[in-house]
Design a protein around this ligand. Structure first.
Ligand code: DX5
Ligand code: ZN
Length: 217
């Protein structure tokens, strides 16, 4: 299990310090939630923050784009130092072109699915993906409750990837904490995002360590 703490729940005034704490706790990827106030109700951060993070950590930066017209911004995120980019299937009519562009920039490409989006939306694109991001909350905010139907979805996706002999990893995002992380991993996720359960805690380093322990035990 790879832990990707989401900086959405971090103290933005001390971002470098917070990321360093999570890294000390065993996090090996940094999840960056990019929101535009259109695709999702919230507005967060963009390429300048990715660029700043790139200078203060060597961990891969996992940019989750919850924005309309994401294709317009792919180069800006790549130039800023993104390592992985996930694109929402609900937001992009020309998803294949965007995925191919991300990969042509030497980055890992993922496709994200909202809770109500069926796995069938991945049928054609799955062989081209480095990972699938299964949302276990409706995107927009951290600190929401895990939608239990997500476990079955992850299991079915893992089965499909196995059956087709594909390489895509499964990342799960939203409402994950010590009580459910093990179930998420057992269902087939190899990358687990956690916002509130890491940066919402008094000691993010200890919280990251506890989550990893819970997910691996
Ligand atoms: C939700 C974001 C998530 C969120 C996770 O829109 O994509 O990455 O920050 O936060 P928690 O773990 O608190 O649900
Ligand atoms: Zn996210």
């Amino acid at each position: 299990m790879i832990l990707a703490p989401s900086i959405l729940s971090a103290d933005f005034g001390r971002l470098a310090e917070q990321v360093a704490l999570a890294e000390r706790g065993g996090a090996t990827v940094v999840h960056v939630d990019v929101m535009d106030g259109h695709f999702v109700p919230n507005i967060t951060i963009g390429p300048p923050v990715v660029k700043a993070l790139r200078k203060v950590t060597s961990l891969p930066l996992d940019c989750h784009l919850m924005i309309e017209n994401a294709e317009r911004y792919l180069d800006a995120f790549a130039d800023a130092g993104a390592s992985w980019i996930s694109l929402h299937v609900e937001a992009l009519p020309h998803l294949q072109r965007a995925v191919a562009h991300v990969r042509s920039r030497g980055l890992q490409a993922g496709v994200a699915l909202n809770p109500s989006t069926p796995l069938g939306a991945l049928d054609e694109i799955l062989p081209e993906l480095d990972y699938v991001l299964v949302m276990s909350v409706n995107p927009g905010f951290s600190g929401q409750g895990f939608l239990p139907g997500s476990l079955g979805k992850v299991e079915r996706l893992a089965g499909e990837i196995r059956r087709r002999g594909l390489a895509a990893r499964i990342e799960v995002d939203g409402g994950i904490d010590e009580t459910n992380v093990r179930a998420v991993v057992d269902a087939g996720a190899s990358v687990v995002v956690a916002g509130n359960a890491v940066f919402g805690q008094a000691d993010p380093e200890a919280a990251a360590r506890r989550l990893l322990q819970a997910g691996r035990s």
